[in-house]
Structures are given as C-alpha cells and as structure tokens.
Design a protein around this ligand. Structure first.
Ligand code: PEP
Ligand code: MN
Length: 299
C-alpha cells in the first residue's frame, strides 16, 4: 500500500514508499483472501483434495482411431481425464497445426465411448465458443499465459480452466494471469507447472519443483504438474513423474502416444502405453507414502 502523508516533503514521501509493503497485485487467487483450498471437480477427478488425478493422452489429436486407442489404454491404467490438442500452438508455422474442429469432434467421440472427460487447448478468443462446446475443461497454454483478452474470455466460461505457466513467468505473473480469469467470475482454475526455460541443454525446459509449495503457500488454487513438456524426452518424463507424485501437487498431466515414433508432435516425450501403466502404478505408490502433505509439520 502506498501511504503518502499530506505535508511530507518529497524525500519523506519516498521514504514512506520504500518502507510500506505493497499490497499484492492479485487478490481473489490469494490464500490471504480465501484460506481453504479450492477444489475443482471434473467427472471422477477432484483437483485440490489431496488426491492425484492424472490427465493423459497425446500431444495432438491425429485421427479417430489414434485418440480412441490411446484413451482406452490410459483409462485402463487409471487416468481420469483425456487430453489431446486440436488447435496446436506450434513454434514453427510449418509444423502440424492440429485438426481444428475435426479434432474436437474426435475428442467428443472419445468421451462418448470411454466416459472420460476431455481437455483441449484454446488458442484464441475467436475459437473459444467452439472449443467450449466440445471440451469438458479448456487449457490455456504456456505461450498464451499473458493473452489477457483470452484470459478474460476464459473467465466468462462455465468450463474449468487449466492455466499453464508461461515459460519465463514468475509466480506472481502467473497468479496475476489467474486473477484475470477469476475476476471475470470463473473460480474453477487449475494451475499447471510445465517447466521454465533455463540455460540447460539436457532437457527441453527445467521443471520448477519448488513452485508447487510456493504456489500452495500463496494461493488456494490447485496446481498440477506436466512433466512431459518440462522434460521433452521420455526417460526424463518418467523420473519427473515420480518426483511430481512425491510433491504436494494436485494432479499430473502426461503425454502418451500409441506410436510415438510417428507422432505428429512431441513424439520424443510421449510415453508408450505400457510405460504409462508402470508409471501410474509407481506414482500411486509414491503418492501414498509421501504425497498429500496436508498433515505436514508446520515450518
Ligand atoms: C500442450 O500441453 O499441448 C502444450 C502445448 O503445452 P505448453 O503450452 O506447456 O507448451
Ligand atoms: Mn505437447
């Protein structure tokens, strides 16, 4: 808060500004404003109640058979929500951009056949109405974390929103982006840590594990981890998935493909369905022992 006393000299004014802590640039998303955890429920999955729901599926929707085959296997392994991009925010304009509306139709069929809710990315305000019609929850991707008109539109939606962290966003910037959504009236927001860009070259991004307890201290919103986009390579995804299960995270999102070698995007980081089964078993075991730290000793 900036307190300026009426008769103070300009030097005193500066002194007051320096000594008085700023109020936070966000309010609705803060734990100060709402001390209890927000729980977001979609189908069988509850984010924010100490459980570890898993979202799984390919990076991109490629065909009806591809998504159905992957959905059946990830559901069998225990995934609660199916993911798949129909509108893909690709770094190169020459890369596969997604099937658009046809991809959404394929996702709707997956929901019909498997009963799994589906999440897909919405890239712009223009396509929001369309995506919203097909998706059970909408994802705002890393590259759009500060697309303020998109955030405001998401705030007017009745669909829960997964808000991915921008690849170079601070915790404060991320929470301010969530504030844009909540300020418009949508309280069902799930934050998703997906790795940040650092100087390292051995992985696609660097998974910021410590942001999970930091978010939990600062905000009541659930936070999930996407080890796939953080790692960029399959073997590291597996290790990071186990690390995610050991944290106090509220869920995990993993890319799985039935034929990663031929995938139209992110094949190198996509798990084979058999690997996903193993990962699910171990993540559940780890989470039972060390996850859900709500009872932890206060420090
Ligand atoms: C995705 O989840 O498909 C995606 C593009 O992720 P990110 O926005 O984290 O790069
Ligand atoms: Mn991807």
């Amino acid at each position: 808060m900036l307190v300026v006393m009426e008769k103070s000299t300009s030097e005193e004014k500066i002194q007051v500004m320096v000594n008085t802590p700023m109020t936070k640039p966000y309010k609705l998303v803060s734990r100060e404003f709402k001390p209890e955890n927000t729980q977001v429920t979609i189908g069988d999955a509850v984010f924010g109640n100490g459980s570890l729901p898993v979202i799984a599926g390919p990076c991109a929707v490629e065909s009806q058979n591809q998504v159905l085959s992957i959905a059946i296997s990830v559901k069998d392994a225990g995934a609660k929500i199916f993911r798949g991009g129909a509108f893909k925010p690709r770094t190169s304009p020459y890369s596969f951009q997604g099937l658009g509306k046809q991809g959404l139709i394929f996702l709707a069929k997956v929901r019909e056949e498997t009963g799994l809710p589906v999440v897909t990315e919405v890239m712009d305000v223009e396509n929001f109405d369309l995506v919203e019609q097909y998706a059970d929850l909408v994802q705002i991707g890393s590259r759009n974390m500060q697309n303020f008109s998109l955030l405001r539109r998401a705030g007017k939606s009745d669909r829960p929103v997964i808000l991915k962290r921008g690849m170079s966003a601070t915790l404060q910037e991320w929470l301010m982006a969530a504030e844009y959504i909540m300020e418009e009236g949508n309280n069902n927001i799930i934050l998703c840590e997906r790795g940040i860009r650092t100087f390292v070259r051995h992985s696609r991004n660097t998974l910021d594990l410590s942001v999970v307890p930091a978010v939990k201290k600062e905000s009541h919103l659930p936070i999930i981890i996407d080890p796939s986009h953080a790692a960029g390579v399959r073997d590291q995804v597996i290790s990071l998935a186990y690390a995610s299960a050991a944290l106090d995270a509220d869920g995990v999102m993993i890319e799985v493909h039935n034929n990663p070698k031929e995938a139209m995007s992110d094949g190198a980081q996509s798990l084979y369905p058999e690997q996903f089964i193993e990962v699910m078993k171990k993540m559940n075991a780890i989470h039972t022992i060390v996850g859900n730290n709500s009872e932890k000793i206060p420090c």
